[in-house]
Design a protein around this ligand. Structure first.
Ligand SMILES: *Cc1c(COP(=O)(O)O)cnc(C)c1O
Length: 359
């Protein structure tokens, strides 16, 4: 069965341009490219290789399986890989073996990692919760975590390398409070004898906006793909280019129940178009925006107005979302129109939609 005409085109040149722009803005802090969720649907191994070829030395994997898959795919040990979310029965010996850095949030995790240590000590990044309540040690548990990590380091089974947190990036005030909690936790750990080679707190939004949250490293996903995480801006306004374009073509012209002409495009919710996009977003055909009227499993129907409906033909290329260069909306605009994040839309384009990499 043919995959059909719907494809996600991933522009590696745009990706590199984003990395260059972000690195210029955040210097001297370095950039960790976060590749979770299959690099937000862009393809983790291809994006990892492109990032490394562009000089990136830190990749964020979220889970150990992703980190191990990247190592197996040829991402060598000169590139630091960080994992931080573990199932209960995680095999930490495999992490040490593959030289994957580990985020740790609890004494229990430190003990399991130390117990699994072989000839190489795992590099740890101690994580403090600064208000997000999404992993990270709570303030009252922090000294015990630091002590456990230092003890394991003294025994030679781990190396305390980094300290970090994750922040909401929803308001300046909340981020400032999180920053203060982070700095407090770092001082507390240092008073207990910890020395950190790297401190990291910010992701896309705060990392691009605020110098005071960057420390030695910023972890970014969204902005690397050219998807703004601030409200009300286009990618270009913040120096970024969308990397992924979702394309298809007109498969039929028909008359809708309302008597108006419609184009049928074989990209529906099974290809990642959100059902709630109906009536809210547009796509570009022949350089003009046309409204998406209906979203079905394997197709959308778009409205053609009487004036030019007759020009649109079967086989005409359709850009669902992309850079905006062909008149289409960006995925950020789609997200705004349907009340979600652009990141979520690209992340949910299923594997059955082929990715085509262009350079
Ligand atoms: C997903 C994630 C990031 C990247 O977030 P963006 O907003 O996409 O830049 C950074 N840090 C952690 C811990 C994450 O889970």
């Amino acid at each position: 069965m043919s995959a059909g005409p719907t494809e996600a085109v991933v522009d590696l040149r745009a990706f590199r341009a984003n990395l260059d722009h972000i690195r210029r803005v955040i210097a001297p802090a370095r950039l960790m490219v976060v590749l979770k969720a299959d690099a937000y649907g862009h393809g983790r191994l291809r994006m990892a290789r492109a990032a490394v070829a562009a000089g990136i030395t830190d990749l964020g994997a979220l889970d150990l399986d992703t980190a191990l898959a990247l190592r197996a795919g040829g991402i060598g040990e000169q590139v630091r890989l960080l994992a931080w979310l573990y199932p209960p029965e995680e095999d930490f010996a495999a992490a040490a073996e593959a030289r994957v850095d580990l985020g740790v949030s609890s004494v229990e995790e430190v003990r399991r990692i130390a117990a699994a240590a072989g000839s190489v000590a795992s590099r740890l990044h101690l994580k403090i919760d600064t208000g997000l309540n999404r992993n990270g040690a709570r303030a009252e548990d922090w000294p015990a975590l630091v002590r456990a990590a230092l003890e394991a380091q003294a025994a030679g089974s781990v190396e305390v390398h980094g300290v970090w947190t994750h922040i909401a990036e929803a308001s300046e005030e909340d981020d400032t409070i999180a920053l203060q909690r982070f700095e407090h936790a770092v001082r507390e750990a240092e008073a207990l004898g910890a020395r950190f080679a790297v401190r990291h707190l910010a992701a896309s939004s705060a990392g691009l906006r605020r110098a005071d949250v960057r420390f030695e490293m910023v972890r970014m996903g969204g902005h690397c793909w050219g998807i703004p995480s601030f409200d009300g801006v286009t990618p270009r306004e913040i120096g970024l280019e969308p990397v992924l374009t979702l394309r298809s073509e007109v498969s039929a012209i028909r008359t809708g129940a309302d008597g108006g002409p419609r184009a049928v495009v074989p990209a529906g919710y099974a290809q990642g178009v959100p059902v709630v996009a109906a009536g809210r977003v547009s796509v570009s055909v022949r350089g003009r925006r046309r409204p998406v009227l209906e979203v079905h499993r394997d197709r959308i129907e778009i409205g053609l107005d009487g004036a030019d409906g007759g020009d649109v033909r079967r086989g005409d290329p359709v850009v669902l979302f992309g850079t905006g260069d062909s008149g289409e909306q960006t995925v950020r605009e789609w997200g705004d129109a349907i009340g979600t994040l652009g990141d979520e839309i690209v992340t949910r384009i299923p594997a059955r939609v082929p990715r085509r990499y262009v350079d």
